[in-house]
Design a binder for this molecule. Sequence first.
Ligand SMILES: O=C(O)CCC(=O)C(=O)O
Length: 354
Amino acid sequence: MGQTEQQQEFQETPVTFEQPVHRYVFLTAPDGNMLGLDDSGEPVLFDEADDRVIWDQVPNGFKHIATDKEISVEIDANNCTLVINGNKTRLAVAHGPEKLPSEYLEHLQRNGWVCLTSILPPNTVDRLQHTAGCDNYEHLERRTDMPAVCQDAAVGRAICEPVSLWLIRNYLGTRDLHLAHPPNCISLAPYDGESRVQGWHADIPYGRNGPADRKGPLKAVQRNVCISAFSKANGATAYKLSSHQEDSGPPEAWNPAHQGDDPTLRPYSGPDADVVEAPAGSIVLYDARTWHRAGFNHSDHKRGAMLMSFQTADVTPKKDTRPSCRKLHESPVYNELNAREQREITELMMNQPD
Ligand SMILES: O=C(O)CCC(=O)C(=O)O
């Protein structure tokens, strides 16, 4: 590697998202459906997280952000009771997004990626860190004797995070999606300066479908969950943001290890690449055509992540997700998930193309 290239190493451009100072709330029924207002302003439960289910807590109750309508209700230990469709329904005040789903969708459609900053609640993040063996749980070995989704309900909750599911379905223009592989909680070890590292790639084709037509219909959205806080220093995923619009995959020069005899040559890490830095519990969604690779972890600690690919019904998954889902159905963890989560996971993991 020449002098100039070396000077340009580890110089990716950071795109940094700070901890939100304000977040909206969901009002969630025991079955996981979320309170919203219908077109006539009546309270209704929805199973999709679009703008209709986004609320702000105000002194006497809640304000519906899309309509400015306020409802007065007493809040007791983060719960309230409301009459919905003639039934008294107990609702939990739950961790919501920093922005409206429609704002995220606008960003995703314009740029091919979006960061949902700190969208997962802290208790879910803590259990994901436990499952990945990172952060406060770095002393633990990651379990490999059962699928991650059976190890802790937090994994299923992260899979079913409702704003990201709504965004992916709208971006891909279909409700009918499945996961490309069983979700795993992984950790990126500190980089020793010489081992082989992941090269630049795009995740389409993700399965066994043959070469992708990058100009063809949209086929998949990737979802990287930041289990640890992601920073350039600890190996946050590197992207060429908006490269989903390019006609081809990453340039050969960005992957010198793929050409010569030395598979440990480092991939491009200069300023034309980006890293998305975000607090733990953030989710980065990106068009599967986006060029990306794991970052270089220059810290002394493991960096936890959960990587998922949501594909349209016609795409063959990389791995069959049905055996893991059957194990989940038999596991006590399944009963910790609410009805919405059980339905979503079963659909996302059991639906496979013929
Ligand atoms: O580990 C990472 O940061 C990203 C890896 C990734 O997205 C991939 O392998 O496709």
